[in-house]
Design a protein around this ligand. Sequence first.
Ligand SMILES: [Zn+2]
Length: 284
Amino acid sequence: MIEGLPVLDAHIHLDPAGAPADAVKRFISAGGTHLLVVHKPYGNIPEVNIDNIERAFLTTVRMAELTRKTGAGAWCVIGPYPGLLPSLAERMGLEGAEELQMRALDLAFRFVDEGRALGIGEIGRVHFPVAPEIQSACDRLLVHAFREAGKRNCPVVLHTESPGANSALFEHLAGLAESTGVRRERVIKHYSGWESADPGMSRGFSVSMQARRKNLEEALSRHFTFLLETDYIDDPARPNVVMPPDTVPKKIAWCYRRELLDRELHEKLMVELPGRVLGIDTTS
Ligand SMILES: [Zn+2]
């Protein structure tokens, strides 16, 4: 049903300690064609100094290469994970932690300049309750990232607290993006529900929506546009978390069976939008 059509998972993690090639094979077998491989902190490379961070970034670059060798199109985004900031702050003080993640951002942009990474991610704010000083540090890192991404017009994948049912989070992000030169369309709020795909909610930011049936039904019936993701983490201790790696192609096929999707809309979601938002070509 979806054979020969592009199917992108816009947010997947692959880990050498997991089974990355198997995950990619499962994705391809179900009809998937392209992956955006997102950096994650790897268990054996603590990101506590810039040398380790570089090694960790290189691991993500390698995971995208492995994906291409396995037969799917792939790009990667890299950057300092915001969830690490609280423990780094405990270890080296908040100032030192912020400085380290700032250097990590600059390193990530160097990878972008060298063509080794497509963009930056996942970066942003801490998703669990923390001291306000920590979120302020996150915001300063974000402003820096938005400014540098604006100069290069490269995509930025955001990890933040859940926006819930109102647009306060997006308003806050819009405030940070203001006058940095970044185009909001190229900033992607990952781990989104269908509510965030509402243009009235997302304030011009792009969203990557979890590939759940409810999300697809609600968003498609309202003619929202979105990227789709699994956020698979490739952790052998937590198999198939957040969603199994073959979920996006399976859910796309399900959408056709339910007549929620036709070729024209498919093209919009899987070719036009990835082209505009991520700057990628999913047709080859
Ligand atoms: Zn993720």
